[in-house]
Write a protein that binds this ligand. Sequence first.
Ligand code: URA
Length: 232
Amino acid sequence: MNENSPHCLADDIIAYLRFLSESGVKHVDCSPENIKRMEQWGKAFFPVRESLAVIRNEVENCRRCNLYKERRRTVFGAGDSKARLVFVGEAPGREEDIQGEPFVGDAGVLLTKIIEAMNLTRDQVYISNVVKCRPPNNRNPLPDEISACSKFLRRQLKVIRPEFICALGAVAARSILDVKAPISQLRGRFHTFMGIKVMPTYHPAALLRNPQLKRDVWEDVKKLMAGYESQV
Ligand code: URA
């Protein structure tokens, strides 16, 4: 599915209700007279279909939590909008906040190496985060920041429709899978979210602090590669 693909009716209805809600409308009048009136508005009055561009625009203007106050740039995501594999991290760090791109700091250099070890490039996958704005001093995102932002990730995934997600670290794995277990228990096996196979593994920043974890990550990545290559 790409930005021009057909969507199901439910998606159109939800997008239209979102458009009305953001325009300040509180109630929908379903009377035959009103429906007739709406038909006369013509297509120009109907909302833009869901696409990464629409979601990116909402993220750039988002003030759903306090993180907007200190951000320099929002970090939406980057890569192939039709990728079969999406990497999801925690939240932007200092370098990402400056550049507006995910995983461009030290952890990003390591993530790029992991992607290349899979015989892929950053352009062939999609990279994003659970939280799109930098938490001050790189602290962990708070539960209300995660819940304010996670609907953006869900919408991105609905547009991209990947077959695989690699959840990088505890924050990503727990928020995607809606569980509380430690990453050491979640990693190493496939879980399912929105029909997508999810492989949790350690965050690249954890590997920089503790290189011994690299062996486990390589085991997880091999399982991911085997799934990815067997489903061409
Ligand atoms: N860490 C993350 O979780 N995401 C980034 O984009 C950068 C560092």
